[in-house]
Write a protein that binds this ligand. Structure first.
Ligand SMILES: NC(=O)c1ccc[n+]([C@@H]2O[C@H](COP(=O)([O-])OP(=O)(O)OC[C@H]3O[C@@H](n4cnc5c(N)ncnc54)[C@H](O)[C@@H]3O)[C@@H](O)[C@H]2O)c1
Length: 441
């Protein structure tokens, strides 16, 4: 069976490796982070993802997934899939291609005649042709087309449900030439029933960026509407629900406390950067990002203002923040670019005198402790003695909260901030000393 080297065992590389092993491929998982590698060699994933742990354990034990820190001594590889991170440079918000550059050099030093190289990381339009292929040609001495095939095969699964979606979602494929498309299609057709080949490498790169920029922009619309409603004393969720109900032309998303996560927080910037280079206007995407990034500051200011009204000085206040992972559904332990982390940073920068406690239903207490705040191991514990309780992601367990029970543990008068509107506002109507707040209400 074909041997596949997956370069980078993060959220993308690890789930894909398991999905490939399930279909019979011999997978070599290459991961340069020694701590992660050691854990994976024991068959234990380094993040929470539905269904991943038992499959990884099984395929590592069965020898269908072998793990290595690099390609030295791994033998012949038929296909290389590159899935390393493509973050932004922090200050300029421009794409950082350092990880891609290193991995391309390594693959180029190992690749043999006839292999397929598939880039899966999200990259700026033009990266495959202008950066990846020349780097492989330089370090391998082979020519694309004659010596190796090259495809761009974007990952489009949702974190928390990736293994299921890898077997279901259409796989978009852009190739250097027809042979590259054929090779990549044959491989991914073993994973999923639908292959969508597009006209060029650039087209496939663009599809991925368009996907995520579109999602970010839709959320920014809902979030701006929510802010407008808030200032008018209207309930945004009630209005959005009404506008969507049995009306075939609407599907407005629910508002959220900004939009984070490793992908949506960066991909519009990558597309905007590429657009700028092409002389095109991408101001709408950047405006959406601005809206989605600034909500956290509004939340901090609003909570501080309401505490002032109920005469609770910040140096005597305890704020409990629940839901640190960047989203609650599907479940994940991913903290990268979580808006809850932005919230923690802004509270502690503006109000260092307030006591902040944290809780998350998915992330382990040990991992939460690395954030440097007092960790509660249950929501009840978090609420005990708190002046403010904030539900910052949409974990399904929050829908089961009994408002009376949870707020009875708090130091009243108190604020209950339900960012994702996991509870009905009217459930709080009878609670005299509790103020219910949320994005858009
Ligand atoms: N997370 C998602 O669900 C998702 C979805 C779609 C697309 N993407 C894109 O896929 C890419 C990977 O995302 P991720 O979330 O898996 O990233 P990640 O940061 O979780 O994982 C990347 C892994 O690659 C490893 N690595 C870096 N350089 C290496 C090298 N030279 N050799 C071996 N290993 C190396 C890192 O140590 C890390 O473990 C990004 O471009 C991202 O934008 C991610």
């Amino acid at each position: 069976m074909t041997s596949v080297a997956v370069m980078g065992m993060g959220y993308v590389g690890l789930t894909l490796s398991v999905a490939l092993a399930k279909k019979g491929f011999n997978v070599i998982g290459v991961e340069k982070n020694l701590d992660v590698l050691t854990q994976l060699k024991e068959g234990i994933p380094h993040f929470t993802e539905k269904g991943l742990a038992p499959l990884l354990r099984h395929y590592v034990k069965a020898g269908k997934i072998r793990l290595s820190q690099n390609l030295v001594g791994v033998g012949k590889v038929d296909t290389y899939i590159i899935s390393v991170g493509t973050p932004l440079h922090k200050s300029s918000k421009r794409p950082n291609t350092d990880y891609i550059g290193q991995v391309l050099e390594e693959v180029g030093g190992h690749v043999q005649q006839g292999a397929l190289i598939a880039l899966r990381s999200t990259v700026a339009v033009g990266t495959s042709r202008k950066i990846a292929i020349p780097e492989i040609e330089k370090s391998s001495g082979l020519q694309v087309g004659d010596g190796f095939s090259f495809a761009f095969v974007p990952e489009r699964t949702i974190e928390g449900n990736a293994i299921q979606e890898l077997e279901k979602n259409p796989q978009v494929i852009g190739g250097f030439d027809e042979a590259s498309i054929q090779k990549a299609s044959q491989m991914f057709a073993k994973l999923t029933p639908t292959i969508l080949s597009v006209s060029s490498l650039e087209a496939a790169e663009m599809v991925k960026l368009m996907d995520n920029s579109y999602r970010d922009l839709r959320f920014s619309y809902a979030n701006q509407v929510a802010q407008i409603c808030e200032s008018m004393g209207l309930d945004a969720n009630e209005l959005i629900d009404c506008a969507n109900t049995h009306y075939p032309r609407n599907s407005i998303p629910v508002p959220s406390p900004g939009v984070g996560g490793a992908c949506l927080s960066k991909d519009p910037y990558i597309l905007a950067d590429a657009a700028k280079k092409a002389g095109a206007d991408a101001s709408l995407l950047l405006e959406g990002r601005r809206i989605n990034e600034e909500i956290v500051a509004d939340i901090v200011n609003r909570v501080a203002a309401r505490l002032d009204v109920i005469k609770k000085p910040m140096d005597q206040v305890t704020i409990g923040i629940a839901g640190l992972a960047f989203k609650g559904q599907p479940e994940t332990s991913d903290l990268r670019e979580s808006t809850s982390i932005w919230l923690l940073e802004q509270f502690s920068a503006n109000y260092p005198e307030a006591l902040i406690k944290v809780y998350d239903p998915v992330i382990s207490d040990t991992e939460l402790e690395t954030l440097g705040f007092e960790v509660s191991s249950s929501l009840e514990q978090l609420a005990s003695g708190a002046d403010v309780l904030m539900l910052m992601n949409n974990h399904a367990s929050y829908t089961e909260i009994d408002p009376y029970m949870i707020t009875s543990k708090m130091r009243q008068p108190c604020l209950f901030y339900d960012a994702w509107r996991m509870l009905e506002k009217n459930m709080f109507d009878e609670l005299d000393n509790v103020e219910y707040l949320g994005v858009g209400v």
